[in-house]
Design a protein around this ligand. Structure first.
Ligand code: F6P
Length: 326
């Protein structure tokens, strides 16, 4: 492989808190290794359209603490077509970009796998998604912040739930993964947590709800992952209302609040480590891999393996819910 002289950096898919810290780290590491650095706006879509600019070190000043992404992001349908990929490759050639640093989640790495089947250009990925649904890293950039945001919100809901003796169904994000639900639910002392990785038995959920005159708990919180197989928060709310008309039941869908805000220190440090690790790998000739952290160490996992399937949910955590919610 020829020595890389310039890299293009982009963020793609749903944004996640800490993406800016990853951009900063990749850009500054690029300069550290003597490379030219290009910013590609709006992910694969911006690449197709040539929305590309040469970056300076000051372009990434004062962004480590900011949510969102200064490079913007998008989900591109066009990139999944042969024409779209051909246009993207032509733009890389036109701008003489000979290495890519891509920050994103599952969709980004699926796109990468299709693209690199047809075109050859060195590329290293960085896991940036609140969902934590990638193989090859213990944590993804944005997950910690998103869980902290959910925890803060659920704690507030607990206050009002207690004041009214209410049962709350709280839906959190995560696409097909239940990590945000599991972690925020445990951290907030939820009575039940419904996640896509475990088939939901609604009769079990219902059997755990106190509703008679001996009711021990005046707050009952059920955290539901949006991708849960039973159908999400609204479906759960409806069935509980139907079965327990005497209970005061409310639904709160936390939604995109989980994607915004200043990244936590965990996400800033993770993003800084992975931004540097990605560029270093490119310079050393490693390609078609995602940089991650497993057991505290930097690792590189081929793109094809990153998207291979569900990362396992810890049985210990699942067992903990039943023990601590009695
Ligand atoms: O992948 C991140 C994520 O926030 C998921 O948790 C969620 O399902 C999805 O993106 C929402 O996407 P959008 O911002 O396009 O509504």
């Amino acid at each position: 492989m020829e020595k890389i002289k310039s890299i293009g950096v982009f963020t793609s898919g749903g944004d996640s808190p800490g993406m800016n810290a990853a951009i900063r780290a990749a850009v500054r590491s690029g300069f550290y290794f003597g490379l030219e650095v290009y910013g590609i706006r709006r992910g694969y879509q911006g690449l197709i359209e040539g929305d590309i600019f040469k970056m300076t070190s000051t372009d990434v000043s004062n962004i480590i603490n900011r949510g969102g992404t200064i490079l913007k992001t998008a989900r591109s349908k066009e990139f999944m077509t042969d024409e779209g990929m051909a246009k993207a490759y032509a733009q890389l050639k036109l701008h003489k970009i000979d290495g890519l640093v891509m920050v994103g989640g599952d969709g980004t790495f699926r796109g990468a796998v299709s693209f690199f089947k047809k075109y050859t250009i060195p590329a290293v990925g960085i896991p940036g998604t609140i969902d934590k649904d990638l193989i090859g890293t213990d944590f993804t950039i944005g997950f910690d912040t998103a869980v902290n945001t959910a925890v803060e919100a659920i704690d507030k809901i607990r206050d009002t739930a207690e004041a009214h003796n209410r049962l709350f169904v709280i839906e959190v994000m995560g696409r097909d993964a239940g990590y945000i639900a599991l972690n925020s639910g445990i951290a907030c002392g939820a009575e039940d947590i419904l996640i896509p990785e475990c088939a939901t038995n609604i009769e079990d959920v219902i059997s755990r709800i106190d509703c008679d005159e001996h009711r021990r708990k005046n707050v009952h919180i059920i955290v539901v992952a949006e991708g849960d197989d039973f159908g999400g928060g609204r479906v759960v709310e409806n069935i509980i209302k139907e079965r327990f008309p005497q209970l005061d039941v409310r639904l709160c869908i936390l939604g995109h609040i989980q994607r915004g805000g200043a990244p936590s220190q965990c996400d800033r440090v993770l993003a800084s480590r992975l931004g540097y690790a990605a560029v270093k790998a490119l310079v050393e000739g490693t390609t078609q891999v995602m940089a991650g952290v497993i057991n505290g160490e930097i690792t590189y996992t081929p793109f094809v393996n990153v998207i291979k399937g569900e990362s396992p949910i810890s049985q210990d955590l699942l067992d903990l819910i039943r023990v601590l919610s009695i």
